[in-house]
Design a protein around this ligand. Sequence first.
Ligand code: NAP
Ligand code: MG
Length: 489
Amino acid sequence: MTKKENPKLQFNTSWEYAPAPESTDHIRLKEKYDLFIDGKFVKPAKGKYFATINPATEQVLAMVAEADTSDVDKAVKAARKAYENVWKKMPPRERGKYIYRIARMIQERAREFAVIETMDGGKPIRESRDVDVPLAANHFFYYAGWADKLEYAFPNRNPQPIGVAGQIIPWNFPLLMAAWKIAPALAAGNTVVLKPAETTPLTALKLAEIIQESGLPDGVVNIITGAGATGAAIVNHPGVDKIAFTGSTAVGKIIINAVAGTNKKTTMELGGKAANIIFEDAPIDQAVEGVINGIFFNQGHVCCAGSRLFIQENIADKVIQKLKDRLETLIIGDPLDKNTDIGAINSKEQLATINKYIKIGINEGAEIYQSSCNLPKKGFWCKPTLFINVAQSSRIVQEEIFGPVLTIQTFRTIEEVIEKANNIPYGLSAGVWTDKGSKIFNLTTKLRAGVVWANTYNKFDPVSPFGGYKESGYGREGGIHGLMPYLNL
Ligand code: NAP
Ligand code: MG
């Protein structure tokens, strides 16, 4: 974009990018996807299918089976049979080999996975290619290594699998969340019934194809599609020993109530509203880039998104101006284009939620700043948005928006910012930008957040545990900690 096209620009970006769309020629989507139960693709009992669309074009990509309670029952029984007869008896080293094989097959099919993820969910191809798919493969590699070393991971304990795990995941990182769930469960010797989100089922189904090809014994992993009711049927099935849920705090609470009084174990990875804190001594340009990445990465569809920015008062004007300038250079549009920074909002419903919060912010009297970019006509889009001069009590500060919307507050002292950052129902993640190591250590102990990034943001690794405080949930995924919820110790 040049200054002539956009007079609001403080500086000229002297280059323009030619379109660089990723090819979709190699993608073969089926017209209809069935349920993956007991190693086979089977039709849903009621014969019902729903459409999954590309949120950037609103085109239907495929029809996907809707599992009802009898399909869920079939999947749970298949998982139970595989657990008792095959998987829990298999020498751990052999289990590990299957998990390694799945990891390698994800790598081999990485391009296919990345393109399908972007088409089905709307996230920029750069992200699905460089983040989602490699991390998903890494999770399988990492947990494959633990399969035959559980007694070393938990010395002087007797680690035993739990049984059948019901796993329910959201739409923001569909393949990656499936990997986070399936890999540790299998390594620990459990079998699985997994349900992807209604709007993004395709990469999980692609994973089912790989799992079938890998020769993993039938029924060890079952992948069934559907909406909330299918998830509820998994939660309520008496044959499930553990529920691993990632999604909203509201649905997490429903699930916790549903399993109360049963023997089912649960882990909950729920919502977030992270504070990203910039101190006066921070490297400002690096911090601005980190803030942009922290909230606009994946359209803000990130549980740990740095959605609340705190800037030390004496540098606030400078940082806000830099943020506005940077907003203008972000490229919004075709998620398949390798230059795109911000893709499509995942669904019409999610866009409505985000727009509702933008209205609330305006009505609450905050000052709004949006990028002056043009949005595509078809599909679901939201301009990257800043809210300046927001109050701590404001709803856009307290509630999770799950979109490309950043609230900005200022602070004077370290005590003040700790107080404000923690004064929120969530506690999943936070970010700190400063030159002083002592400040970082001070904050990491005082911020009530599962992950605190320092001078960086949104960095993930299979080795480090991830999870929340307060209404962001309990239990950890990733690392050795991620094995514990799948083991009786
Ligand atoms: P959601 O509405 O809670 O849905 C999550 C999953 O639960 C979906 O598969 C959904 O099915 C299913 N579901 C809905 N109602 C259910 C019920 N009554 N019983 C059982 N399952 C049910 O969340 P979302 O909108 O997909 O995802 C966004 C949320 O996830 C945000 O709050 C975000 O912070 C959170 N999240 C947290 C983490 C973390 O690690 N803490 C990671 C990613 C996302 P359908 O979608 O098919 O209806
Ligand atoms: Mg879709």
